[in-house]
Design a protein. Structure first.
Ligand code: ADP
Length: 548
């Protein structure tokens, strides 16, 4: 017997409409590329998204057409999120930190018809436009006063375009499985591959973000969105926030510690989200303030810091707690997963644990979000026990997980039972907490056993002189591979190889001890802020370990 409930499609337009109606005055605050901090509201955003929708329709954009952005986090970018998807077109958020050849590749692969770009990227697109023959025109995301002279073909000023159109538009209604946005994986090996989200997957994932045990977003929150809008939909925050009317704060392109701190303080931010590297920059700024004034400045409103994209080191989780009483929600996911897969919230039995034991729970990447099934398997595909010890290939499935890449790139990605193999190696404990051991390709294979590069890195950054650490496997005649630890020291800090190894000794298994430590000025990162291990492995391919 079928239920007798209405069959309303889950469409992204319902999110901005709801926000405008029930949280119309709630603010959206942006540090602009032009300079000043801009304030708008959900009501104004809905109006402008509709104006933009009308503009796109007048430009001939139809259902399924791709419209790209090359932009930092700001209110115009979010208007484009809604303006494009709500008329049934596909928002393609290009990561500007990719190499130019990759940007060119994905814009051509996606067949983007228009590119909306921040002022920052005008020179880049001027150089590249001849190699993007399918792009019909460029919209520069600024007002007329700041519109530059440009050779971009059919260049239009965003404000002029939006203002030329009416805000009267009834969003079209279509099937909820219609594509809504497109995001390419960073492609550290091979070409980037497109993940194509739907209205349904996006709305369902948006609900998840509002669950107390996931990101716990509510109307009382003021959220500093440090994670870029071009990085897996900023972890779904623009959708979840609209669903409950949370205030949003966008940092523009100013990601330095001081600028981030000022927004956290001045906008009374309760929750923020970003990859570990941005928090390292914040900590450096806080250390500098402490050196000058003798104390860490306060952030009395900050309650939750969502950290994902790479493992959040224990020292980072602890520092947010010690300095601000802010709880780090350790999150794991992938572009292919919209991206939320697990979040590290506590169970009732953990609440009164002493801090060090609580950190043992928080360093894990957390428990599956409702909607995501998780399991670990051996190389033959046999499921492994959830005992917190066995580690294997992490697989996922669910309604916001990809079923294949755009245009069939990469072939079939699911097994016969729809499991998607993440490429991560992990453990699952009896309480359901998942811990990433490593990326399958980064794990160090030493004498038939595996060493987790992530665990070593996390321990190393606990040393007071260490700003950042990376561990890679280097060929070894006897053990096949042994760990090499690369360290960036904090400005002005000193630490010798011996001191670092001594520090690690009580913290790790003996046979995990890095065979050598190399101090470097900086470490290479991917376009989404992860350590670029492929480059490091190349750089240190012929490195001779002592005694090897
Ligand atoms: P992006 O590069 O856009 O972040 P990817 O989808 O390429 O996204 O990255 C997903 C991968 O990032 C995961 O498969 C995992 O290896 C890594 N990752 C994400 N979150 C965490 C985390 N909390 N701890 C460890 N690794 C993580």
């Amino acid at each position: 017997m079928r239920g007798l409930m209405q069959d309303a499609p889950l469409l992204i337009s319902s999110l901005i409409d709801y926000a405008a109606q029930y949280h119309g005055e709630r603010e959206i605050v942006s540090r602009t590329i032009e300079g000043p901090v801009q304030r708008t509201s959900y009501a104004a955003m809905q109006r402008r998204a509709k104006q933009l929708g009308n503009a796109l329709l007048s430009m001939g954009i139809k259902l399924g057409d791709r419209v790209a952005t090359l932009a930092w986090n700001g209110y115009r970018h979010m208007e484009i999120y809604y303006g494009v998807s709500c008329i049934g077109a596909v928002l393609h958020t290009i990561n500007p930190r990719l190499f130019p050849e990759q940007i060119e590749y994905i814009a051509n692969h996606a067949e983007d018809q228009f590119i909306f770009l921040d002022l920052t990227f005008v020179p880049l697109m001027e150089q590249m436009q001849d190699r993007l023959p399918k792009v019909r025109g460029f919209v520069v995301m600024t007002d007329e006063a700041h519109m530059p002279k440009t050779s971009l073909r059919n260049a239009v000023c965003y404000e002029k375009l939006v203002n030329a159109h009416s805000d009267r538009l009834a969003w079209p209604v279509f099937d909820e499985s219609t594509a809504s946005s497109l995001c390419y994986t960073s492609g550290t090996t091979g070409n980037p591959k497109g993940v194509l989200y739907s209205h349904r997957s996006t709305v369902l994932h948006g609900f998840a973000g509002c669950m107390g045990d996931v990101l716990g977003i509510t109307s009382s929150d003021s959220i500093l969105v440090v994670v870029p809008l071009f990085h897996a939909n900023a972890w779904g925050i623009p959708y979840s926030a609209a669903m409950c009317g949370a205030k949003l704060v966008f940092p523009g392109m100013a990601m330095d510690g001081k600028s981030i701190f000022e927004l956290l303080r001045d906008e009374r931010v309760t929750m923020t989200a970003g990859v570990p590297t941005v928090w390292l920059m914040l900590f450096q700024y806080l250390d500098q303030v402490k050196a000058e004034t003798g104390k860490i400045p306060e952030l009395p409103h900050l309650k939750r810091v969502v950290i994902g994209g790479s493992a959040a080191p224990r020292a980072m989780i602890k520092r947010f707690w010690d300095d601000f009483g802010a709880y780090v929600v350790h999150a794991w996911g992938m572009t292919e997963m919209s991206p939320l897969g697990t979040t590290g919230n506590l169970l009732p039995k953990h609440k009164d644990l002493p801090i060090e034991e609580r950190l043992d729970v928080q360093v894990k990447q957390g428990r599956a979000v409702y909607g995501v099934e998780l399991r670990i398997t051996d190389d033959e595909g046999k499921e492994l026990p959830r005992d917190g010890k066995a580690f294997g290939n992490l697989q996922v499935r669910g309604p916001w997980i990809t079923s294949g890449y755009f245009k069939g790139e990469g072939g079939k990605v699911l097994d016969a039972d729809n499991w998607f193999t993440t490429g991560d190696v992990a453990t699952l404990d009896p309480d359901g907490y998942m811990q990433i051991t490593d990326r399958a390709k980064d794990v160090i294979k030493s004498g038939g056993e595996w060493i987790s590069s992530i665990d070593l890195e996390n321990e190393a950054v606990g040393h007071p002189a260490v700003a950042e650490a990376a561990v890679i496997g280097v060929a070894h005649p006897k053990w096949q591979e042994r760990p090499l630890l690369l360290i960036v020291r904090k400005k002005g800090a000193e630490a010798s190889k011996e001191e670092i190894l001594e520090f690690l000794e009580p913290r790790i298994a003996k046979w995990w001890m890095p065979d050598d430590v190399v101090f470097v000025d900086e470490l290479p990162h991917t376009a989404t802020g992860k350590l670029l291990k492929t480059k490091l492995r190349e750089q240190f391919r012929d490195y001779k370990l002592p005694g090897a």
